[in-house]
Design a protein around this ligand. Structure first.
Ligand code: 5GP
Length: 189
């Protein structure tokens, strides 16, 4: 998506080996018009796939996922990173290892919000090793719902996540695919 690629070129910062910071429009300050355009683009790509729910992981996936859910006119569920005291329901659990934070977390979705009839689109801001996406896939599989695809804003194609998901025949749609981050510059595929 050209608008997104231009934004990454103009505002993205490479902060350490393999890590791109996009705090000015995606991960801290949020550009609502860009989010709206990206949500519409995911909705266009998955138009006709009869999506019934969008699923993301708190917190940074929520902005893009809500715009996608709005465009598709379906509910958004965000997986929680810790069980709130108000949540006594049965829950589906996924396990995620974060390489950026070097920590293991359990993510959860209440069993009230996913059922075997659901057709789920998973949305996230970045795809790197695929751990976050896999945690959400684990949750959808436990619920018996169908995984229709994974929509990603920025795929770091030099890491293995996208390749390994596609090898398992999971449809991955990324709005920008980065081939490499080198000498302070972003190279797209
Ligand atoms: P994965 O689980 O695929 O390794 O990484 C995906 C998650 O890690 C994303 O949800 C995102 O929060 C974070 N992440 C991975 N790589 C980057 C990066 O280069 N920049 C930023 N800002 N977040 C990243």
């Amino acid at each position: 998506m050209e608008l997104l690629k231009r934004k990454i070129q103009e505002e993205g910062k490479i902060i350490s080996e393999g890590i791109l910071k996009v705090d000015s429009f995606l991960n801290h300050q949020i550009d609502p018009l860009l989010m709206q355009a990206m949500g519409q683009e995911f909705a266009r790509r998955f138009h006709g796939d009869k999506i019934t729910k969008v699923l993301t992981l708190e917190a940074s996936g929520i902005a893009i996922a809500i715009m996608t859910a709005l465009s598709l006119q379906v509910p958004l569920i965000f997986a929680k990173k810790r069980r709130p005291s108000t949540m006594n329901d049965e829950a589906f659990l996924g396990h995620v290892h974060s390489f950026t934070k070097d920590e293991d977390i359990d993510i959860m979705v209440s069993a009230n919000f996913l059922s075997p009839e659901d057709r789920v689109l998973i949305i996230d801001d970045f795809l790197a090793t695929g751990e976050a996406a896999r945690g959400m896939i684990e949750i959808v599989r436990q619920s018996g719902a169908s995984i229709i695809g994974v929509g990603i804003v920025i795929e770091k194609a030099f890491q293995e996540g996208g390749k390994s998901l596609r090898e398992e025949d999971i449809r991955v749609e990324s709005l920008a695919r980065i081939a490499k981050l080198e000498q302070g510059r972003v190279f797209f595929l």
